[in-house]
Design a protein around this ligand. Structure first.
Ligand code: P6P
Length: 353
């Protein structure tokens, strides 16, 4: 028997023990009640990710995992079976948790309340349970996006109007990317950190801490099929990258995977509005704002094209927004084309002002 035992400080063992829940407490440098709540909350989100990853890994083998439900959601989009399953998973992992009182999702017109949690659980989870679900049936990557906000007030009329605040009110945000590996990326406002699911342990293990964006990157990620629907300013930007070397178009049709590439390699993702739909397609509260939170934490930039994305105050829960997000120099380049067109239009209207 050894007295004054000193464990071997092996990197591998320490890394495998840096689970998500431990990392949250390290991040907050606290073991107090709120830190414990957020640690437990992130663990529940991780559990949801594991349950969804398991279903996806068998989606070609089990019934009710592929294809459509025959219903349309509040967005008027066809609901896939995985959308429903994933939406229910996030609800289930927070039942009897005492943590989350409300869940707001792309799949539900109004927030779902968990009454047994509400007296104590003052957090709201906003999420897109499976983003890019059309990729499920062709075995390409999909993702879940989430943000955590604090509930302010009693919300007795269940209007959840306290959720209609800008992105700076997010306590935490992140996503789970279901790809060759399952990766969870999150931030509590103290840097961006990624975890990889080790199926042999059933744990998300720390992979990278304090991820920082390059100021410029080679990728631009946009659906060029919309070229003739865009404002001229966006077409100007596309013409620019076509004419200059060093740019590569990478677009999967699933936001989380496209965002992750930009986060890891640099560049810019764009989903601008069109002339007919200037507000764009992506949702503010549970798609763009969480990703903008992460991007700024990683040293990047996120914009509507004319406004800092995190400053936008939604008028309703499912509000859409144009999104230009990525390396600061690349986002600024897109914004410069938009500003140039605004100047031209202003000069036309009021020459010489
Ligand atoms: P489009 C998926 O439907 C999604 O919401 C995002 O994941 C993705 O970035 C975007 O829409 C793709 O839209 O019009 O290019 O097919």
């Amino acid at each position: 028997m050894v007295d004054d035992y000193q464990p071997a400080q092996t990197h591998a063992l320490d890394r495998d023990c840096t689970t998500l829940s431990r990392h949250v407490l390290q991040q907050l440098q606290s073991f107090g009640p709120e830190a414990q709540d957020l640690s437990a909350l992130m663990s529940r989100i991780a559990l949801a990710g594991k349950l969804i990853a398991r279903r996806l890994s068998r989606s070609g083998l089990v019934e009710d995992a592929l294809g459509f439900t025959g219903r349309t959601n509040v967005q008027g989009e066809e609901v896939k079976k995985m959308d429903v399953f994933a939406n229910d998973v996030f609800i289930s992992v927070f039942q009897q948790s005492g943590l989350v009182c409300r869940l707001a999702s792309e799949e539900m017109e109004k927030p779902y309340y968990i009454p047994e949690n509400c007296p104590i659980g003052r957090y709201t989870l906003l999420y897109d349970p499976i983003d890019g679900s059309s990729n499920v049936d062709i075995n390409l990557n999909v993702g879940s996006i989430f943000a955590i906000r604090r509930q302010t007030g009693e919300d007795l009329d269940q209007a959840a109007s306290d959720l209609l605040q800008n992105g700076h009110e997010q306590l935490a945000a992140g996503y789970i990317l279901y790809g060759p590996t399952t990766v969870l990326v999150y931030s509590l406002g103290r840097g961006v950190h990624s975890f990889t699911l080790d199926p042999s342990l059933g744990e998300f293990i720390l992979a990278a801490e304090n991820i920082r964006m390059p100021e410029h990157g080679p990728n631009y990620s946009v659906n060029e099929g919309n070229f003739w629907q865009w404002e001229e300013s966006i077409r100007d930007y596309i013409r620019y990258v076509h004419r200059h070397e060093g740019y590569s178009l990478r677009y999967s049709g699933a936001l989380v995977g496209d965002f992750h590439r930009i986060l890891m390699q640099g560049g810019v993702f764009l989903y601008p509005g069109t002339v007919k739909k200037p507000e764009g397609k992506l949702r503010l509260l549970y798609e763009s704002a969480p990703l903008a939170f992460l991007m700024e934490q990683a040293g990047g930039r996120a914009s509507t094209g004319t406004e800092r994305l995190l400053d936008v105050v939604p008028g309703e829960l499912h509000q859409r927004t144009p999104l230009i997000i990525g390396s600061s120099e690349d986002v600024e380049l897109v914004e410069s084309f938009i500003q140039e067109r605004i100047r031209e239009q202003t000069d036309l209207v009021a020459p010489g002002r």
